[in-house]
Design a binder for this molecule. Structure first.
Ligand code: PGA
Length: 263
């Protein structure tokens, strides 16, 4: 089963109106030059800016091949006295197609445990968004030999509460915590092993869903290492932090995905 590559930019808490305008216009122009969107099966390009900028960026992206996504959403509420929360339907209204859930920064800095992540995953789907579920081990967990146990626990808690069929509309991102923002990238062998393991775990519940679910790699993916990571059979794209803030760098990763062999 062929899976369309997804290259997603996670801007995290970066940007300003002026910087976003420059970056977004550069991405739209570059995407057109690369011919992204001209063949639906080729690859998909996504940016996930901070939520306050979604509306203005959505206007710039309208009609372009660059899709819009969000970084976070409320885990259960649709409206009411929940100061600071954002309901997934509000993101859909602004044109978002995806939302990141379970990012390690949310897990470690904002105390999001497996059950909150599972609820956010369900809330995203209920609002018509595709969740990008991030999973990944810390350095201590890898050195301790518990990478697979951590990945299995993080994945299965979402499968258990949302059902495997929910993954037909979801994306998984393998993001080793030790590679995020550190400049230390997983080797293609390490990435492939983790992705293969995750796909195998999905297959224990449903082989067909497992073979069609896109599994992205995230953690210091850059223009100069994208090609070797994207060449791995079970790597179906990237979730890019730092390198998504420079149009030329992000576009170079998109170009590598265009050239990569279809998984
Ligand atoms: P990085 O971030 O590319 O800056 O390592 C990836 C992520 O956190 O999604």
């Amino acid at each position: 089963m062929s899976r369309t590559y997804l290259i997603a930019g996670n801007w995290k808490m970066n940007g300003s109106l002026a910087a976003n305008a420059e970056l977004t216009e550069g991405l739209v122009e570059g995407a057109r030059e690369l011919g992204i969107g001209s063949r639906p099966d080729q690859m998909e390009m996504l940016v996930c800016p901070p939520s306050v900028y979604l509306e203005s960026i959505g206007r710039t992206l309208a009609g372009s091949p660059v899709h819009l996504g969000a970084q976070n959403l409320s885990d259960q509420h649709r409206a009411g006295a929940y100061t600071g929360e954002v309901y997934g339907g509000m993101l859909t209204e602004l044109g978002c197609r995806y939302v990141i859930v379970g990012h390690s920064e949310r897990r470690s800095l904002y105390c999001e445990n497996d059950s909150i992540v599972a609820r956010k995953f369900g809330a995203a789907l209920a609002a018509g968004l595709r969740p990008i579920l991030c999973v990944g081990e810390t350095l201590a967990e890898r050195e301790h030999g518990s990478t697979e146990a951590v990945l299995a626990r993080q994945l299965h808690s979402v499968v258990a509460s949302n059902g495997i069929a929910a993954f037909a509309n979801a994306v998984v991102a393998y993001e080793p915590v030790w590679a995020i923002g550190t400049g230390r990238t997983a080797t293609p062998e390490q990435a492939q092993a983790a992705h293969e393991f995750l796909r195998g775990q999905l297959a224990t519940a449903d082989a067909k869903i497992a073979s069609s679910t896109r599994i992205l790699y995230g953690g210091s993916m850059k223009a100069d290492n994208a090609e070797s990571l994207l060449a791995c059979g079970d790597v179906d794209g990237g979730l890019i932090g730092g390198a998504s803030l420079k149009a030329a760098e992000f576009l170079a990763i998109c170009a590598a995905a265009q050239q990569a062999p279809q998984s």
